[in-house]
Design a protein around this ligand. Structure first.
Ligand SMILES: [Zn+2]
Length: 410
């Protein structure tokens, strides 16, 4: 069984790095699905680093749908995937959304082989191989959406006592070799990887055949234009870096979320002031909830209810962070950057083509109890006119300084 070593080629943060641990502190193997119908170690790494602000990809291993296994981190790396259990767990992620898809035979085989190999290497009993949702605090998370009883039974097959069976043989092989500069006429796996990535970004590189032909060069040029870098059709260091970190719009988010982030030490540090806030029964109450409500312009009753959760989701959507309605470390950080009850007066708001968009529009819509889509359209204008009529000020459907002051007492 070959495992592709991608430890040095995946996207990673230039400023943050994961903590390390002794291998002996590892007690669990965590099984995840990606909750995306497709994906790869490369795509997840970009998502975790660029969207979630993590030091690197959250998983130690990723198993593709065709059964190929990528090694992403040394086992000593305390990456983020199971929140407070991060410090003693190793994460294996199977690509797929198992709420709607099944895992493939090849994927099942590979995942069993790598799990058995880790159990043997780390001396972990089969009962400590857990699905994400079996970890404390994660009963709500549909991950990996396969029966973990069955999975453990597969691990137990052909002999109950794993320690007496030889560990499966695994070999680590280097990922696609990396030449510094790729140009017309070059061939190889690295060209193929380049073509796959260009294809993923809709740059139309032609057939993915591992040959750097004119179509590939055209696609590189297309990408260089989009990325606003030197346009020469040659794949050099600058293009490599841009291409690695480039996020295509509309990429389906992967199931990892900020709640996977804290480990015991970080959590302990934060717990003095920072609980994770979410909608549970009984509802959470406190000054921290009130603080969040104030920042998001919700009724400040200090109870984390439906309205607060909805406001948190809206906020997360605006900020481009994972939308889970939970105030975890990343949302707290984003909230810290938000002053007061939202945006202050920025500009005259009126119906224009195209419609004005922004947080100021959202704030107006919220104040007027409208659907908050952030677009200043006819419906918003009508509501503004009604408001102005009720306030006995000039009725023009335009939010200027006076209307803004009346709306927000600012
Ligand atoms: Zn998971």
């Amino acid at each position: 069984m070959n495992i592709i070593d991608k430890r040095n080629s995946l996207a990673s943060s230039s400023s943050r790095s994961y903590r390390r641990r002794a291998g002996s502190s590892i007690r669990n193997i965590a099984i995840h699905h990606s909750a995306t119908t497709s994906g790869s170690a490369e795509a997840f790494a970009r998502y975790h680093v660029n969207q979630l602000g993590w030091p690197g990809i959250g998983y130690h291993y990723v198993v593709d749908r065709d059964g190929s296994i990528s090694l992403c981190h040394n086992l000593e790396v305390v990456s983020y995937h199971v929140g407070n259990s991060n410090s003693f767990a190793v994460g294996i992620c199977m690509v797929g959304d198992f709420r709607t898809q099944s895992l493939t035979d090849a994927q099942r085989q590979s995942t069993i082989i790598i799990t058995r190999s880790l159990m043997s290497e780390l001396n972990i009993p089969v009962d400590n191989v857990w699905g994400h949702m079996e970890f404390p605090g994660y009963a709500w998370k549909p991950c990996p959406s396969i029966s973990m009883q069955s999975f453990r039974n597969w691990l137990r097959e052909d002999g109950a006592n794993l320690t007496e069976r030889p560990a499966p043989a695994v070999t680590y092989v280097a990922g696609a070799r990396q030449r510094t500069i790729l140009n017309l006429g070059d061939q190889g796996d690295d060209i193929k990887a380049l073509q796959e990535r260009l294809d993923e970004l809709q740059m139309h590189p032609g057939p993915i055949d591992g040959i750097f032909g004119p179509l590939t060069a055209d696609a590189v040029i297309r990408f260089q234009r989009v990325a606003s870098i030197t346009v020469d059709g040659i794949f050099g260091p600058q293009t490599r870096e841009k291409l690695r970190d480039f996020e295509q719009t509309g990429e389906q988010p992967e199931h990892a979320s900020p709640t996977d982030e804290p480990d015991q030490r970080e959590e302990m540090y934060r717990s003095e002031t920072r609980r994770m806030l979410r909608l549970i029964s009984p509802m959470m109450r406190g000054a921290d909830v009130q603080d969040v409500q104030q920042k998001l312009g919700a009724a400040t009753d200090g109870i984390y209810g439906l309205e607060t959760e909805e406001r948190v989701r809206e906020f997360q959507r605006r900020e481009g962070i994972s939308i889970d309605g939970i105030v975890g470390p990343q949302t707290w950080r984003a909230l810290d950057r938000t002053q007061g009850t939202g945006v202050s007066y920025q500009r005259l708001l009126s119906v224009q083509t195209p419609y004005l968009r922004g947080q100021d529009v959202q704030r107006v819509q919220r104040a007027l109890n409208l659907t908050v889509d952030g677009k200043y359209g006819p419906q918003t204008e009508r509501a503004v006119r009604n408001f102005q009529r009720n306030e006995a000020i000039a009725v023009d459907g335009i939010v200027g300084p006076q209307t803004w002051r009346r709306l927000f007492n600012e």
